[in-house]
Every structure is written in C-alpha cells, then in structure tokens.
Ligand binder design. Sequence first.
Ligand code: C5P
Length: 222
Amino acid sequence: MNNILTIDGPSGVGKGTVARIMAQKLGWNLLDSGAIYRAFALAIDEREIDISDENALVEVANGLDLEFKIQPESQLVSVFLDGEEVSKTLRTQQTGELASRLATVKNIRLALLKRQREFAQPPGLVADGRDMGTVVFVQAPVKIFLTADAAERANRRLKQLQQQGSKGIISQILAEVKARDERDCSRKYSPLKPAKDAVTIDTTELSIDEVIFQVNKLVTNN
Ligand code: C5P
C-alpha cells in the first residue's frame, strides 16, 4: 500500500493534531504510534514487570492485547488495553516517561514493528511518531518532519493541560520536554531524526491551519 503520509517529530510539536486532521481530510486510517509505546509501558507498569528483564518485556510486547476504536462523532481514537479503556491514563507524564525509556530497547521496537505496519490498510494511512519515515514506513511517498522550539512546545503542553482542567509548572514541563528530546534523539535504535526524503516544517510561529495547509499541499502535489 503506497498511500502513506508519515509525520514525525519531537514531543509536544503537534504531530497528533496534524495527523488527525490530515487523516480526516483524506479519509485515511490513522496510526498514533506513540499510543502503542505508551500502552505497552502501561502494561509493564500494571504487571509490575522488572524493566531490566528484557525477555519478560519482549514477551509482553508480543502478546499485547491492544485495540484502537474511532469515535464516529469526534473522530478521536479510544485505546483499549486488555479490553479496558486506557485513553486518558496513556497521556500521563509518568506513562510517557516510561514509554520513552522502554522505547530505547531494540527488541521491544522490533516486537512492536509488525503491529504498527498492520495499520497500513486501504484507502491510506497517516502515521505519526518518531521513526515512521525512517524505519516503519520507509516506502511512504510523503514524509513530514515537524519541529518547534522547546519553549514553544512546553507552552503548548501547558495550554493542553489547562484545557483538560489540569495544572502544570512551565519550568518543569520545559525540563521534561528537553529530557525526552535528549533521550529520543540520542538512542541507538531508531533515533528521532528526519528521514533523508522528509520535508521539515518549523511550526514555532505557525498556527495549526498554516501547518495543515503546507502538509496538504505536499500530499496533493505528490
Ligand atoms: O508521541 P508520544 O509522546 O505519545 O510517545 C511516547 C514515547 O514513545 C516517545 O517519547 C518515544 O520515546 C516513544 N516513541 C517512539 N517511537 C515512536 C513513537 C513513540 O520511540 N514511533
């Protein structure tokens, strides 16, 4: 299947929003690969698996009972782990942090690869994450790499938290964003970097509509 649009970039850059809007516009399927890493982290945490036991980690990754369901009204994706809805729990800072640590392990990445590739179904797929264009869907004809200043990404995170009725401290969020960037970019396997054939868009000064306009142009001109 060749209708694949990949959107990679660091945390808090807005990939998820751009990917969701593009999938809606194109009528394509949507893969939030970060949610797979987060659900895996949640499973490890809930089962109290020793994170230094690689065999046990890979066994859980291979047997992960995970389901994504699209809510028809909002087009938002609900995630079910072992039959239980975990969409909200997935988004916590703690789960993101554990996901990012576990995502450095090569055999875990390999175990989760097939599950991600299964999303490539007609009529097309919009996939967002860190290595969609470099590893998971190298054949994708349009690859986007979104960037934005860390301070702007931390601001966006804070606003998102506030909209959800939660609080946050900007200096703390910024430190977390930077720590996650550092780990995601410096890991040995599938580090966060633009694919050679990706188009990089710096979104620091752009609205979501402006980003969508640029991405849409790249897809329709392809
Ligand atoms: O994108 P999100 O913040 O939900 O991802 C959580 C963590 O999962 C990231 O910090 C990253 O370490 C890992 N991840 C990854 N590869 C992907 C998607 C997410 O390593 N394709």
